[in-house]
Design a protein around this ligand. Structure first.
Ligand code: DNO
Length: 396
C-alpha cells in the first residue's frame, strides 16, 4: 500500500516538507480554487503537479497520485444524464488529470452538504480536540435555525423537546458557530457554502428526488464517464456518505454494503471503484467493515483510514484516535493488504490517515478543521506500524 497525505495546496499551513517528514510518499490534492463545475485544464494540473513533484535538491520526491475531489455539480445530482454540460466539464477535468498521469479520482454524491459535523473542537479526555456530530445539536440546526419545512416528522417528540430546550439556551455566538459548521462547507467539501435562505432554496430544488432517483442519476453519470475513464486507465473512487444516513430529508446512497453492491451491479466497468473510508462507513453499527473490504477488494483503489466512536444515543459520534473507537483497524488493514499483495506497485492501494485530533502545538495554532498535522502524523505512524507487523506476518 502507498502512504499518502492530503495537501490543500500552496496556501495550506502544512508544507510539502511536513508531508515528507510524516513519511508519506504520495500526495492527495485538488484544484480547490477552481469553481465547482468549471473544467480543469491540462496546464493548471501540470502547474500544480510540478509544484508537488519538483523536490528541492536532496529532498524526497513526492507523487501526486490521487485527486480528491473533482466536485460533482448539483445539476448532475438533480438531473443525472440530462446535465450534459456539467458532465462534459467533469470528463474534461478527468482528461486533464490523465494527461498528467494522475489516475485515481475520488468523488462523492452527497446532495447539498458534503461531510457534516456539529462541533469542531470537542475536548477529549487527553485534552486533544476532535470533531463531533451530535444528533441533538443537529436537530437544533434543522428545526430552529434552518427551519426546514417538514423537518418535525424526522424527529421524535423527545428529540424535539430536547432540541427546543437546547436552542433556547444557546447564545448568538453558538448559533453562528453551529450555522458556520454545517452550512459553510468544511475543508475539502465539494458542495457550495450556503446562507440559510440559499440552503432552503437548494433543498426545495431537490424535492421529489428520492433514493432511487438519486441512485439513477449516479448511474447515468457513471455510464457517461466510465467509458472514458476505462480508455484513460483512470479509477474513480466513490467516497461514502458522511455520516452514512439521510440528512435534511435528502437521500444518501453510498452508505452501506448494499448501496455499493447496487452501483457495481448497475455499472460493472472496472473504473467504477470505491474510496474505502473507515471513518464514514464505521458510523453505522450494521456496516461490517472487514467484510465490505473483502467483498469489494478489487474495486478499492483509495482508502481513508480513521476511527469513530458511536455514542450512547446511537446517532451521535465523535472522531476517535486512529486505533481507538469502533473500527477494527487491524482486520481492515489485513483485508486491504491481502488485496494489495495481488497488485503491482502502480496499482497499489493508496491510503491516507484521515483527519486527526488537534493536539500539542496544533492547539495553539490556526489549523484546517479535521486536518491538523500532528494528529494526522500520529495516525499515519500508528497505521504504518500495523502495516509493518502484518506485512512481516504475511511474508511468513
Ligand atoms: C472530509 C473528506 C470529504 C471528502 C469528499 C470526497 O474530510 O473526507 O470532504 O473529501 O467527500 O469527495
Amino acid at each position: 500500500m502507498r502512504q499518502a497525505w492530503r495537501w490543500f495546496g500552496p496556501k495550506a499551513g502544512v508544507s510539502l516538507d511536513n508531508v515528507r517528514q510524516a513519511g508519506a510518499t504520495d500526495v492527495v490534492s485538488a484544484l480547490h480554487e477552481v469553481p465547482i463545475g468549471e473544467a480543469w485544464t491540462t496546464r493548471q494540473v501540470h502547474e500544480r503537479k510540478s509544484l508537488i513533484e519538483t523536490a528541492p535538491p536532496g529532498r524526497t520526491q513526492l507523487t501526486w497520485s490521487v485527486v480528491e475531489s473533482i466536485p460533482i455539480p448539483d445539476a448532475v445530482k438533480r438531473t443525472g444524464g440530462a446535465a450534459k454540460n456539467e458532465i462534459a466539464a467533469w470528463i474534461a477535468s478527468m482528461e486533464a488529470l490523465a494527461a498528467n498521469d494522475i489516475r485515481v479520482i475520488c468523488y462523492n454524491f452527497m446532495p447539498v452538504v458534503d461531510w457534516c459535523r456539529t462541533e469542531l473542537d470537542y475536548v477529549t479526555p487527553t485534552g486533544s480536540t476532535a470533531m463531533r456530530f451530535d444528533h441533538n445539536t443537529f436537530a437544533v440546526f434543522d428545526l430552529h435555525i434552518l427551519q426546514r419545512k417538514g423537518a418535525e416528522k424526522d424527529y421524535s417528540q423527545q428529540d424535539r423537546t430536547i432540541a427546543a430546550d437546547l436552542y433556547a439556551a444557546m447564545g448568538e455566538q453558538e448559533i453562528a458557530d453551529l450555522t458556520r459548521n454545517i452550512a459553510s462547507a468544511l475543508p475539502g467539501s465539494t458542495t457550495e457554502p450556503l446562507t440559510i435562505p440559499a440552503f432552503r432554496d437548494k433543498l426545495e430544488a431537490y424535492s421529489g428526488i428520492d433514493a432511487n432517483r438519486l441512485r439513477q442519476h449516479l448511474v447515468e453519470f457513471l455510464e457517461a464517464v466510465t467509458p472514458v475513464a476505462d480508455d484513460l486507465g483512470v479509477k474513480l473512487t466513490l467516497h461514502p456518505d458522511d455520516p452514512p444516513r439521510p440528512l435534511f430529508g435528502l437521500p444518501r446512497i453510498a452508505s452501506t454494503e448494499a448501496d455499493y453492491a447496487a452501483l457495481f451491479n448497475a455499472v460493472p466497468s472496472p473504473a467504477n471503484g470505491m474510496c474505502f473510508c473507515t471513518g464514514s462507513l464505521g458510523v453505522r453499527a450494521d456496516n461490517d467493515l472487514p467484510k465490505i473490504a473483502r467483498r469489494f477488494a478489487e474495486r478499492i483503489h483509495f482508502s481513508h483510514l480513521r476511527a469513530t466512536t458511536r455514542e450512547g444515543d446511537g446517532r451521535s459520534f465523535h472522531e476517535a484516535a486512529h486505533l481507538e473507537g469502533d473500527v477494527d483497524m487491524v482486520a481492515v488493514l489485513s483485508e486491504l493488504l491481502t488485496e494489495d499483495r495481488k497488485r503491482d506497485r502502480a496499482n497499489s492501494i493508496i491510503f491516507r490517515s484521515d483527519h486527526g485530533h488537534r493536539m500539542l502545538d496544533d492547539l495553539n495554532k490556526e489549523v484546517t478543521p479535521g486536518y491538523p498535522a500532528i494528529g494526522r502524523l500520529r495516525g499515519l505512524a500508528e497505521l504504518r506500524g500495523i502495516i509493518h507487523a502484518l506485512d512481516a506476518g504475511m511474508r511468513g
